[in-house]
Design a protein around this ligand. Structure first.
Ligand SMILES: NC(=O)c1ccc[n+]([C@@H]2O[C@H](COP(=O)([O-])OP(=O)(O)OC[C@H]3O[C@@H](n4cnc5c(N)ncnc54)[C@H](OP(=O)(O)O)[C@@H]3O)[C@@H](O)[C@H]2O)c1
Length: 330
């Protein structure tokens, strides 16, 4: 089968045309992959190898597809069921025509989404959902600030906050991203490359700050500005970064009387907390019914995936997500 392989740490991935087709273990399903979403982590796994992968090996996390075989001990799933989720950071395998996975990690693909759309959800959506629905809550009429709001994670976070009835302030720097954020109902869009973000948010909130900050930027200057706008009793949700500024950020939040909470998917996967993945993805259908729309930045082929992985890690332009279409009309 065709599969994108990571060749070695720090090297670029490459397409392999004769990769072995996996066979499901007794507790696994075999999934024919129709589409696979690209995330910054795909190339970070190769560049930094923070999960200790051995190379060469398949790569890729997000996927949407159809069950082609079920292991002897699998219950509740049948050949033909359509599923979406992400594979393990310690065993990423989704940029391929087939993968195997224990079905406790997957959810049923909503019928209203194409496979290309569904494959754009798992990592980015779950990161937003964990932050705004599990680790913290958004209430109607809250004021929420979302940093890096037009990105894969940010565009889901922004829409979840709007659907929950919040007023949303968001940052971006590219013109196409401003336009996109206005189109999904953001109340105030700030250009982080030109404005003093903290001063602007404090001005918009009469000096009070916001009820909730969601910070998926991984950028020191952004995190530092965001810490200055959490209001007394408010919450600052940060997405798993280990940036140098974290001690300063924590101190600023403490001084303002806010609460800091960090969410991150790799520890949840490592701790085998599969329900966070299957339950979180099961929420997608209802949110789509309430108006959530995934933004697809680019649809590419498996051949184009190694280059796109690099671009997405560096920070791809335009709102939303890049997705690999593996099966025609997926
Ligand atoms: N730990 C976890 O579980 C986890 C899960 C998912 C993602 N992540 C990480 O979270 C980060 C975001 O992921 P993503 O998929 O959303 O990436 P993405 O799609 O590339 O989005 C990043 C966004 O950051 C914005 N940005 C660029 N420079 C900025 C700056 N100086 N200040 C503020 N915003 C800036 C960009 O918009 P403009 O260019 O318009 O500013 C872009 O929309 C990545 O580092 C990713 O690896 C971690």
């Amino acid at each position: 089968m065709k599969a994108v392989y990571a060749v070695g740490q720090g090297q670029t991935a490459e397409l392999k045309l004769d990769a072995p087709k996996p066979a499901p273990a007794d507790n696994e399903i075999l999934v024919k992959v129709f589409a696979a979403g690209v995330n910054p982590v795909d190339n970070k796994l190769i560049t930094y190898n923070f999960t200790g992968l051995s190379f060469p090996r398949p790569i890729g996390c997000d996927f949407s597809g159809r069950i082609e075989a079920v292991g002897a001990n699998v219950k509740g799933w049948a050949v033909g069921d359509e599923v979406f989720s992400q594979t393990d950071y310690w065993n990423p395998t989704s940029f391929a025509e087939y993968l195997t996975i224990d079905p406790k990690w997957v959810a049923r693909k909503p019928a209203s989404l194409s496979h290309v759309e569904a494959a754009a959800f798992p990592i980015a959506f779950l990161s937003a959902w964990e932050g705004l629905n599990v680790a913290a809550q958004v209430y109607p009429n809250d004021t929420v600030y979302i940093a890096a709001a037009a990105g894969g994670v940010g565009h889901f976070a922004t829409q979840i906050a709007k659907i929950k009835g919040a007023k949303v302030i968001a940052t971006a720097s590219k013109p196409e991203n401003f336009e996109y954020l206005r189109s999904i109902g953001v109340d105030h869009v700030i250009d982080h490359s030109k404005s003093d973000v903290a001063a602007e948010i404090l001005r918009l909130t009469d000096g009070q700050g916001v009820d909730l900050v969601y910070e998926p930027s991984y950028v020191n200057s952004s995190l530092q500005a965001s810490a200055k706008v959490v209001k007394k009793g408010g919450v600052f949700v940060e997405l798993g970064s280990t940036t140098d500024s974290l001690p300063d950020v924590l101190e600023t939040i403490k001084q303002r009387g806010g609460r800091f909470v960090q969410v991150s998917l790799p520890p949840l996967y490592y701790q085998k907390q599969a329900d966070h993945f299957s339950t979180g993805l099961s929420a997608v259908q209802d949110l789509v019914r309430k108006g959530l729309k995934v933004q697809i930045r680019k649809v590419i082929t498996l051949e184009e995936a190694p280059q796109e992985m690099l671009e997405v890690m560096k920070g791809a332009s335009g709102p939303g997500k890049s997705v690999i279409r593996i099966v025609n009309d997926a």
